[in-house]
Design a protein around this ligand. Structure first.
Ligand SMILES: [Zn+2]
Length: 456
């Protein structure tokens, strides 16, 4: 049986960033609300144009609040774990394990799970041989493991690989973030759908932005043709001559195209940059936090079952999925090549350092995206789009976040065990040889904070 002589590596080698990021996001909400209020006020009383401009500005204001609203709805949805559990069990046809299952594999799997995580409820769907296992919350404090037929097949073929998969899922239970992420999570759904919604909005913006001037040109052209007709009739010119005098709409349009390309396209492109950078800034930190959970769980599994997980990761389980599914999957699971790379370095210091720096790096990317957003917004309202002043604004406001992140990294080797025993009643082990790695990552993060304080 799988009893371990040495204590297991902590399943929370990287701090649970979602617990950190979600309060930060909620803390930033008043800022989002203020911005949205300004946008709506400006949209209701547009400085130019008529009702069409107002409609467009209102549409853009609504779209601007979408990223925070989607993420907020996702967070709110995590407060209904019972509902989520019921919908997952219905969708995956998960039921209580059968009593007299003919193969020993199922009882071995359950025994293994209960060895590592006593009392964790197990549900099964043995007819689904494509899936392996899922974790989901049944209530705020109780998490369930769902086991599929695919895991039993893997278990019989290569037990160590099967154990590695289960250890990966158990690591998720011990990380304490099942409430927010994993199977059936409304937050993950929101983070997955955000890029699609933003893409649709940008396309819509371009379509409206092109159609609107073209329809205005069409009206202009018709007016011109009508007045030409009236003048020609007044001068009693023959109809063939009127037709010859009239400019065709296509050449009228191509004349206008130069103006359009000059005035309208940059505005549209700027609108797209604004929208994409704003949504991406909200998106990137969530995805980084979710990726950290996966790297973390891989690390936990591979330390307990060296090489087994990499064998399993070697055959790409997502190979058959269509590309848009794979894009969605990318939110919940980092690319396999990256997972394999980090697995190879699971036991060394550089691997851990890279893991610890994923979230601060994502936060840095977020700041860059916000600076891009700020500059684009300044451009579109014809203010001085000073990169320097936007950099100062965001680095100053981000400095305290980096400082707090550095503090968490500094203390994490001492806190990880407490966190795990609080969440799961068991605690992993953080080897003292890794302590300097935490401190190095804290120092790097603090350096960014210091940069913010200096340029403030
Ligand atoms: Zn996972």
């Amino acid at each position: 049986m799988a009893s371990e002589a040495h204590p297991l590596t902590s399943s929370a080698a990287v701090p649970p960033w979602l617990w950190f990021w979600i309060p930060l996001f909620l803390f930033a909400l008043p800022g989002y609300v203020e911005l949205a209020t300004q946008d709506f006020a400006a949209a209701l009383d547009p400085p130019f144009g008529g009702s069409i401009a107002r409609l467009l500005l209102i549409l853009l204001a609504v779209l601007g609040v979408l990223p925070p609203v989607i993420l907020l709805a996702g967070i709110a949805g995590t407060f209904a774990p019972g509902w989520r559990a019921r919908s997952i069990e219905r969708r995956y046809r998960l039921v209580d394990p059968p009593q007299n299952y003919p193969s020993a594999a199922l009882s071995e799997v359950i025994e293994f799970l209960h060895h590592w995580s006593p009392g964790t409820p197990v549900k099964v769907c043995l007819t689904d041989v494509r899936k392996l296992a899922v974790v989901y919350p049944t209530s705020f404090r109780k998490m369930t493991v769902g086991v599929f037929g695919g895991l039993l097949l893997l278990w019989r073929r290569d037990r160590a690989a099967g154990e590695a998969v289960l250890l990966h899922e158990l690591a998720h239970l011990r990380q304490g973030e099942v409430l927010f992420v994993h199977a059936g999570s409304p937050l993950v759904w929101g983070v997955q759908k955000l890029p699609w919604i933003v893409t649709a909005v940008v396309i819509l913006q371009f379509v409206v932005g092109v159609m609107l001037p073209v329809s205005i040109f069409w009206m202009e052209w018709q007016e011109m043709a009508a007045s030409l007709h009236a003048q020609a009739e007044a001068a009693s010119l023959p109809p063939e001559m009127i037709d010859a005098l009239q400019v065709p709409f296509s050449s009228f349009l191509s004349e206008k195209a130069a103006f359009f390309a000059h005035a309208q396209l940059p505005a549209l492109a700027l609108g797209a940059v604004t929208m994409v950078s704003w949504a991406a800034a909200a998106w990137v930190a969530f995805v980084a936090a979710i990726w950290c959970l996966e790297f973390n769980a891989d690390r936990f599994a591979v330390c307990a079952r060296p090489s087994a997980l990499s064998i399993w990761l070697a055959d790409d389980p997502s190979g058959q999925r269509p590309w848009w599914r794979k894009l969605d999957d990318l939110v919940t699971h980092p690319p396999l090549s990256l997972r394999r790379l980090l697995l190879r370095h699971a036991e060394d210091r550089v691997g851990l350092l890279a893991l610890l720096l994923v979230f601060p790096a994502a936060y840095l990317v977020r700041l860059v995206l916000l600076i891009v957003w700020g500059v684009a917004v300044s451009f579109s309202v014809e203010l001085d789009p000073s990169v320097g002043s936007w950099t100062r604004t965001y680095f100053t406001s981000g400095a305290n976040v980096f400082a707090f992140t550095a503090l968490v990294l500094l203390l994490w080797p001492f806190l990880a065990g407490h966190w795990e025993s609080f969440v799961a009643g068991v605690r992993g082990y953080t080897s003292p040889r890794f302590f300097p790695v935490y401190w190095a990552s804290a120092a790097a993060t603090l350096a960014i904070a210091a940069l913010g304080w200096i340029i403030a």
